[in-house]
Design a protein around this ligand. Structure first.
Ligand SMILES: *[C@@H]1O[C@H](CO)[C@@H](O)[C@H](O)[C@H]1NC(C)=O
Ligand SMILES: *[C@@H]1O[C@H](CO)[C@@H](O)[C@H](O)[C@H]1NC(C)=O
Ligand SMILES: *[C@@H]1O[C@H](CO)[C@@H](O)[C@H](O)[C@H]1NC(C)=O
Ligand SMILES: *[C@@H]1O[C@H](CO)[C@@H](O)[C@H](O)[C@H]1NC(C)=O
Ligand SMILES: *[C@@H]1O[C@H](CO)[C@@H](O)[C@H](O)[C@H]1NC(C)=O
Ligand SMILES: *[C@@H]1O[C@H](CO)[C@@H](O)[C@H](O)[C@H]1NC(C)=O
Ligand SMILES: *[C@@H]1O[C@H](CO)[C@@H](O)[C@H](O)[C@H]1NC(C)=O
Ligand SMILES: *[C@@H]1O[C@H](CO)[C@@H](O)[C@H](O)[C@H]1NC(C)=O
Ligand SMILES: *[C@@H]1O[C@H](CO)[C@@H](O)[C@H](O)[C@H]1NC(C)=O
Length: 531
């Protein structure tokens, strides 16, 4: 038993909520695939995150390995997003990537980009991680220079990634924005789903032809497959149902149906932690709409492509400071990922880039952001811990409907039987001035806790359950996050797990009359392990 500093101070003023019934065996749940907890890395930031042959980024690799140990396989990394569609190949370039930031187009990433042969070294720095490389359709289908890039880089990508590290390919990021992009349009307004389909097929066939010519015999059948369409079809002017009926998947080359999602925009009016992110209703609305679109598309397609979030995070435009980098966003991430799993998503790639506000970690020091593990990373850890080893047992997840949109709970089943509950208390609680995460309040108000009771049929009297908590000082905290007393902060051991001795761990609760009651402080989550 560790010194109970945190919990004794906060477990006051408990108010009970309703009693929830939980099915002891799985029914209608979603079943996540291996490496459900995955990442998407901004194309132009990939050399920062992964490093290169002479300077591999060990800190990033440690953070990926922590998740790999919990999940049974390491996260998959999609390398792509807006900047994949600006990258042109220059065989003489001495560095991996050379980018020019034009603040009038975007202050956060370069919009003029050259990549050299060394870019592909970055795929060799994280043994055991699977990748998708994002090819350029924005300029690739638009200019002779872009087309040359496609022909030149397809062999470099397949040689660097090889069969062992291969996940899938991607051709174009959010092509629905090409005609209207705020960073500069690359297609005429008339460009529609039919024109998109024609160009996508032409380019993806060219990529495959190059790979057949230059790369060793594929290790498995998926080798020349893609994720697509890589946009949010709900707000799209390239209706994906039309693209599919025009034959986008006529060769069965779409292995993963990849959609993008952001709950709202960093600059959108009325965006707050409580209303926008720590709000289960908002999360379920987005995920449910995505699932409905997906079902419509698969109903016109003869090939089945499992559903993934190929790129997602809290607030588009790289996130909002004080929101996307806060512990509140960490709790949102747990809710979003587990709800997605319950609704049938097979994998979720949380997006990040250097200096992005919603990033799980900053891979290098810059003048904007210090290198380090960021609060959202701990959400990925909690989700991975909740699902457990996905390579061994069949795992399924069901959402338990709650009475408040600031609360969420999930039942997690292994081989059909209940093995855990994740309870997420998203009622906001602040300990810094103005909830800005910077200056501590001299005497914050006491932290409320709530009792969540779950009735489970067949639970034997006195059955015990182990608790692991996802904890920080409040929803406004941007540092000091722990999961089950573990810190993954860079300062401690370069991202490797370090057990802190000032956080309570090892709590056990017992069932009473078939009911398990877990007390959860506001702005925290508890993972309950049964049996
Ligand atoms: C390609 O890179 C080399 C080396 O940095 C540079 O001299 C050359 O101008 C670049 N080519 C183009 C077309 O920008
Ligand atoms: C490899 O990474 C180091 C450290 O970031 C950098 O100095 C070097 O230029 C990189 N090498 C190439 C070929 O990009
Ligand atoms: C190529 O992109 C430019 C903008 O960069 C656009 O004006 C032009 O219409 C595009 N051409 C084609 C063939 O789509
Ligand atoms: C594919 O695209 C290339 C480059 O734009 C073009 O030269 C070629 O004609 C296209 N092929 C087809 C079948 O459209
Ligand atoms: C896409 O097209 C289908 C079939 O025409 C239609 O039912 C659906 O509402 C459209 N989706 C969107 C987002 O407009
Ligand atoms: C959560 O979102 C829903 C839908 O936008 C909204 O009606 C509700 O008021 C929000 N809840 C909170 C606590 O802001
Ligand atoms: C925490 O701070 C935010 C930002 O000022 C505020 O919107 C929210 O209401 C605060 N929460 C509580 C419980 O006071
Ligand atoms: C969390 O709160 C404790 C107690 O008030 C304080 O000592 C500590 O510095 C805070 N941690 C962070 C990261 O703000
Ligand atoms: C717990 O210990 C860590 C590491 O020594 C320290 O950074 C943190 O501020 C402590 N937390 C509290 C709540 O005292």
């Amino acid at each position: 038993m560790k010194a109970p500093v945190l919990l004794s101070a906060i477990l006051t003023a408990a108010s009970s909520t309703a009693l929830y019934n939980v099915n002891p065996s799985s029914h209608n749940g979603g079943s996540p695939d291996a490496s459900f907890v995955s990442f998407s890395i901004e194309f132009s930031s990939f050399p920062d995150f992964a490093g290169n042959k002479s300077h591999p980024n060990e800190f990033s690799y440690n953070l990926l390995n922590n998740l790999g140990r919990l999940s049974g396989s390491k996260p998959y990394v999609r390398v792509g997003a807006n900047t994949q569609d600006y990258a042109l190949y220059n065989a003489s370039l001495q560095v991996g990537l050379d980018g020019v930031v034009d603040p009038s187009r975007s202050p956060d990433y370069p919009t003029t980009i050259q990549i050299g042969p060394a870019f592909f070294e970055s795929y060799r720095t994280w043994p055991g991680v699977r990748f998708s490389h994002g090819f350029n359709l924005g300029l690739g289908g638009n200019s002779s220079e872009g087309w040359r890039t496609l022909i030149d880089t397809a062999p470099l990508a397949c040689l660097a990634i090889g069969g062992d590290n291969f996940y899938t390919w991607e051709y174009g990021n959010e092509p629905n924005n090409y005609a209207t992009s705020a960073q500069g349009p690359v297609r005429p307004k008339s460009w529609d789903a039919k024109a998109f389909t024609k160009q996508w097929l032409n380019g993806s066939e060219a990529i495959q032809a190059q790979m057949r010519k230059h790369c060793p015999k594929p290790a498995h059948g998926d080798y020349l497959s893609f994720m697509a369409p890589s946009y949010d079809d709900r707000v799209s002017n390239l209706n994906a149902t039309v693209a599919w009926s025009e034959g986008l998947d006529k060769h069965g080359s779409v292995r993963w149906y990849s959609v993008h999602n952001y709950i709202d925009g960093a600059m959108s009016p009325g965006v707050t932690l409580q209303q926008t992110l720590m709000n289960h209703t908002r999360t379920t609305r987005d995920v449910d709409e995505q699932v409905a679109e997906y079902k419509r598309i698969m109903s016109v397609n003869e090939h089945h492509a499992p559903l993934i979030f190929g790129e997602t995070n809290s607030l588009y435009n790289q996130g909002k400071p004080g929101l996307s980098n806060s512990f509140g966003a960490t709790l949102w991430g747990v809710d979003f990922n587990l709800y997605s799993a319950s609704a049938g998503f097979k994998r979720v790639h949380m997006h990040q880039g250097t200096n992005y506000r919603y990033q799980a970690w900053q891979p290098i020091d810059t003048d904007k952001t210090a290198k380090g593990t960021k609060a959202p990373y701990y959400g990925s850890i909690a989700v991975a811990a909740a699902l457990g080893d996905l390579t061994r047992d069949s795992v399924s997840v069901s959402s338990i409907p709650m009475s408040s949109d600031a609360e969420a709970a999930y039942a997690i089943y292994s081989k059909g039987s209940l093995k855990g509950l994740m309870v997420i208390n998203m009622h906001s609680y602040n300990t810094t001035k103005g909830g800005e995460g910077v200056e501590p309040l001299p005497s914050p108000s006491p932290r409320p806790s709530r009792d969540f009771s779950f009735s489970v049929d067949g639970l034997r009297p006195g059955a015990s359950a182990r608790i692991q908590r996802l904890m920080a000082n409040g929803s406004d905290a941007i540092t000091g996050v722990t999961f089950d007393g573990w810190s993954y902060n860079m300062e401690l051991d370069n991202g490797k797990p370090v057990r802190l001795h000032n956080v309570t761990t090892g709590e056990v609760i017992r069932a009473s009359r078939g009911v398990l009651t877990v007390r959860v402080p506001d702005s925290s989550a508890a993972l309950v392990h049964l049996g």
